[in-house]
Design a protein around this ligand. Sequence first.
Ligand code: ZN
Length: 417
Amino acid sequence: MKQSQLLYKSLKDAPKEADIVSHKLLLRGDFVSQLASGIYSFLPLGFMVLKKIEGIIRYEMTKIGAQEVFLPALQPKSIWEKTNRWDKMDPPLFKLKDRHQKEFALGSTHEEVVTSLVLSRIQSYKDLPLALFQIQDKFRNEMRFTGGLLRTREFLMKDLYSFHKDKDEFDSFFDRVIKSYENIFKRCGINALKSEASGGVFTSETTYEFQAVSEVGEDRIIYCPKCNWAANLEVVKVKTDNKCQKCGSRLVPANSIELGHTFRLGTKYSKFFDLTFIDKDGTKKNPIMGCYGIGLGRLMAAIVEFNNDKKGIIWPKETAPFMIHFIQLENDRKVKAYAEKIYNGLIKGKIEVLYDDRDDKTIGEKFAEADLIGIPYRVLISKKTLAKDSVEVKKRDKDNVKLIKIKDIYKEFEKSL
Ligand SMILES: [Zn+2]
């Protein structure tokens, strides 16, 4: 991608309404743009990051045997009445009427839809286990929305639903989801703690949240800095002066960002919908269900919260919009000719590169914007480097630079593929 053609306009200063680092940097780097309170557009750079996060999640979900589907956001009142949740959701549902005065909701979750979907498709124990996931927009009628992408009214979410013949099968799948969540957050450059919680409106059994300790988080947890045991303070009765049950170290209270959750739904929804299967012994049973979510926009904001410096964002490689920010220093014919050649070579080699070919920016502006956008490698070409048949390579999170020969560029970066 040539930067001269990219829909992108950086800001020197963040707008006043942005009060946390991730919100400021994502607005300044033109990754996102606010349409209304709690409602955001993703610009090309932001959408590229979102697609990278999606790719990580999709890979990890597929690895545990989940199949991807795409369920409607527009949902009829009738399915919500089956579970008595039409008026009971918190936050309340966004409700609307069609031209025939029929009532609908914009989905804030999809238990109702997914359970109706599998009703005619799960009949025997042989049809189980079944795990379905989707990556789709959710709508939440929040009281307030703060912190940029941390709490919004419309957001992309990965939600996974699983159906099982018995508790053993459910428990082993639940453990696999926990492991896949750990992989996802690790690949995103975030230390997320598996935190004990109760399931809120879903269930009274113990479930888990994935919490990242952060001043800007709206959740309160208590955790053990030594062994990483953690629990949500709102739902788990733990005294703050308590010692860790696991290792005896002193527990620390902290603000945190909830990045993911896992719920044991039991047979609640399968009973509401009369979803049954015939087990091996010929008896009719309700499948045990689980649901598991990750908000992608919030995850993107959290990645920025934990990966930045004074100059801007430092994207972990797997979530970066591009691998290389290739900068042409002077508007010189020879430099430009070489730069075009290198750029085309990198594209041909399938290395993701943003080429700063702009003629109307100073060196200082180009460097400042590269640091703000936060692509992992900055590769510079100038008259000076060209005199040595080289380009200058710098990692975003390091100060030192090195020269590499133009003929070796592909070899240098192919390992990042
Ligand atoms: Zn501990």
